[in-house]
Design a protein around this ligand. Structure first.
Ligand code: GAR
Length: 251
């Protein structure tokens, strides 16, 4: 096993700076903002960027007074030029190789190695499937079409391969017979809104270490707060690992 790479986040920040990248509705961005408001997530969204000027995620940011930057990727001659401008904007808002994290929340573009090198071990993504199954742009629908009986979502560190980096947390739900992709995706999305803020909270607290493909979660100050897994009730069953901590459970 490769040696543990402790992620050098200095303890629990009251305002761990985040840059959030969106391409669409931004409901995951909203869940992050809601957990910040509730006091569960010690972070601050410094900037929201989108490659789609009409992404509703940008509107959500503007309505809260958060800088919202549209960078249409077609305006740039190369992928490298687009990513370089994103790095510049993100750095300008206080997220860099030493501070904070880049959060992909429905951002539907691959990032260049140069982008990832600008934020080493500080770029995370959420995907609506139990990776490594069903990577790509329609994870939940692909799982439903395949006929799986368990589906779910994954938060992972981002590497140079799509939907591939070390897994931080996964949540599973049963796929119901006859259920279409849209219904399954909606039930998965509700869990995305729990596991993504939770994973970002662990990152903000400096509690994640990457060991090869494995991510080690260190114990919280109060160990009783970290169950290994949580089951929902009979009406809304789900399984999540590592377990959600207080403040991040589904309502
Ligand atoms: C989410 O379901 C997210 O998991 C998915 O896009 C959706 C964005 O929704 N991401 C991917 O498929 C990445 N491969 P949102 O804009 O409402 O947060």
């Amino acid at each position: 096993m490769s040696p543990a790479r402790e992620i050098p986040f200095p303890g629990c920040h009251m305002s761990f700076p985040l840059a959030v990248l969106v391409s669409g509705g931004g409901s995951n961005l909203q869940s992050i903002l809601d957990k910040i408001d509730s006091g569960a997530l010690p972070a601050e969204v410094r900037v929201v960027l989108s490659n789609k000027p009409d992404a509703y995620g940008l509107t959500r940011a503007r309505e809260r007074g958060i800088p919202a930057v549209a960078l249409p990727h077609a305006d740039f001659p190369t992928r490298a030029a687009f990513d370089a401008e994103m790095v510049r904007v993100i750095n300008e808002h206080g997220v860099d190789a030493k501070a904070g994290a880049v959060v992909l929340a429905g951002f539907m573009r691959m990032l260049t190695p140069e982008f990832l090198r600008a934020f080493p071990q500080r770029v995370v993504n959420i995907h609506p499937a139990l990776l490594p199954s069903f990577p790509g742009t329609h994870g939940a629908r692909d799982a439903a079409d395949y006929g799986v009986r368990l589906a779910g979502c994954t938060v992972h560190f981002v590497d140079e391969i799509m939907d591939h980096g070390p897994v931080i947390i996964q949540a599973a739900v049963p796929a119901l017979p006859g259920e279409g992709g849209d219904a399954l995706a909606a039930r998965i999305l509700a869990l995305e809104h729990c596991i993504y803020p939770q994973a970002i909270g662990w990152l903000a607290q400096g509690r994640l270490a990457i060991e090869g493909r494995h991510v080690r979660l260190t114990a919280p100050a109060a160990p009783a707060a970290a169950p290994l897994a949580s089951w929902g009730g009979a009406e809304r069953p789900y399984l999540v690992s590592p377990g959600l901590e207080p403040g991040f459970l589904p309502r």
